[in-house]
Ligand binder design. Structure first.
Ligand SMILES: Cc1cc2nc3c(=O)[nH]c(=O)nc-3n(C[C@H](O)[C@H](O)[C@H](O)COP(=O)(O)OP(=O)(O)OC[C@H]3O[C@@H](n4cnc5c(N)ncnc54)[C@H](O)[C@@H]3O)c2cc1C
Length: 393
């Protein structure tokens, strides 16, 4: 498999040189030579006037053979695993059980083996630990190379990565190197009757939920936003295997260097970790009325959320927005006041444990996901709730 130049056909016209997006084609003795790093994109094949460049690709059957197991990339930051790692290990466990396969977790970094036992307690069967001083800080080059080498060697069938800043940078690079599909920002994962991964995510501007499969390539790669999947219970008695990985990396492989990390200081609305969220929507009518939402949130010791309509109307800052283009939240209690329940809003809150919806329209879609629905005018219902809860909470 790979790319080659047929020397007897090459006429040294140099047409392929400028076609290569990576600039890795050079002329040697009037013959085109393709250097390291070719992604087999085929641009040079298309421009060659004499068909002197050929790519041999794997057949679909060859591409699919030998892949087994579910893998999760374990992201960590500031000496802690990030929350989405636990959520993906828990979701990966469910998928692995459905497939009757094993769950592997990949830990990459420097001095990270201490996380391995914890990952086993959350559901991993194997934890691959790739440690190297060059991997101390995340780098696209270093982490992609280690991940791709591991996948080529062990051939997992499914790879889940958090849709974080790191995950969104790593996953397309890995997918491109492996020439496989990637579904970003999934909100649901399942297995179909042919053992394909069902990857559900909002599509066409969030107007529909699309379920995507990758039937012709492996691994099947998906990113999932934090707080979409539920974290499982930790089981200290679970057994698993920790597999140290030999890292084949040199400083020349990494083309960027972190000189300093500067953390952005910004208004922090802790929606991610809030256990109670009270959200307001267009039904509040104006900015002043948002104080009702704040009062209800205060009395419950909760955090204020909002629909995009309320944010767009500038009644509240975008840090509070819940939904597809806002935060994904999973509190114990989510109270939606004057929010219709558009699919893009639901995408960010429907996995909350208990949803209370207050809306004067009995047909509002928010009631389809609500645990408790109150059909009524929020300007009557919310003050009554505040006054009753002030007595009891
Ligand atoms: C690409 C894309 C991304 C998007 N991302 C997001 C996102 O992240 N988050 C998000 O929220 N939206 C998002 N949207 C917008 C989304 O489609 C809806 O427009 C938005 O969620 C509507 O907000 P709302 O429910 O507050 O307003 P509306 O849909 O106008 O609903 C207002 C509700 O208030 C009720 N109401 C009115 N008065 C009262 C009253 N006195 N008492 C009780 N109920 C009352 C009404 O019956 C109605 O159901 C996105 C849209 C697109 C296209």
């Amino acid at each position: 498999m790979g790319i080659s130049v047929l020397k007897e056909k090459c006429i040294g016209c140099e047409a392929c040189l400028s076609s290569c997006p990576f600039g890795i084609i050079q002329m040697e003795d009037d013959i085109a030579m393709i250097g390291e790093g070719c992604s087999l994109c085929g641009s040079c094949v298309d421009v060659c006037p004499v068909e002197a460049i050929v790519i041999e690709r794997e057949t679909p059957a060859e591409k699919m053979s030998g892949y087994k197991g579910v893998w999760v990339f374990a992201e960590h930051r500031d000496n802690r695993l990030v929350s989405v790692t636990y959520e993906l290990v828990s979701a990966g466990r469910v998928l692995a059980d459905k497939l009757n396969q094993r769950l592997g977790v990949v830990l990459i970094g420097k001095d990270v083996s201490g996380f391995a036992q914890e990952l086993i307690g959350y559901g991993a069967d194997e934890v691959y630990v790739a440690e190297d001083p060059l991997l101390e800080s995340y780098s696209d080059d270093g982490y992609t190379k280690v991940m791709v080498d591991l996948i080529r060697k062990h051939k997992p069938e499914i790879l889940l990565i958090g849709a974080t800043i790191v995950g969104r940078s790593l996953s397309p690079r890995v997918a491109a190197r492996l020439q496989t599909g990637l579904t970003a920002d999934c909100t649901g994962l399942d297995i179909d009757e042919n053992n394909n991964l069902l990857q559900t995510r909002p599509a066409f501007g969030g107007n529909i939920m699309a379920t995507i499969i990758s039937p012709n390539t492996r691994p099947q790669m998906a990113t999932v936003r934090p707080k979409v999947m539920k974290k499982a219970e930790f089981n200290p008695d679970r057994a698993g295997t920790i597999i140290p990985v030999e890292v084949n990396l040199s400083s020349g492989d990494i083309h960027t260097r972190i000189l300093e990390v500067v953390k952005e200081v910004k208004e922090r609305v802790n929606l991610d970790e809030a256990e109670i969220i009270v959200s307001g929507g267009r039904g509040l009518q104006n900015k002043e009325n948002f104080k009702l939402i704040r009062e209800l949130a205060d009395v419950l010791n909760g955090t204020v959320g909002a629909s995009r309509a309320a944010v767009d109307a500038e009644w509240i800052s975008h840090h509070h927005q819940v939904g597809q283009t806002g935060k994904t939240v999973c509190p114990k209690l989510y109270i939606a006041c004057g929010i219709s329940g558009a699919i893009q809003h639901l995408a960010g809150m429907q996995s909350s444990d208990c949803i209370v919806a207050i809306n004067k329209d009995p047909d509002a879609p928010i009631f389809d996901v609500a645990t408790y629905g109150i059909v009524g005018d929020l300007f009557e219902v919310v003050p009554k709730l505040i006054s009753r809860l002030s007595e009891t909470v």
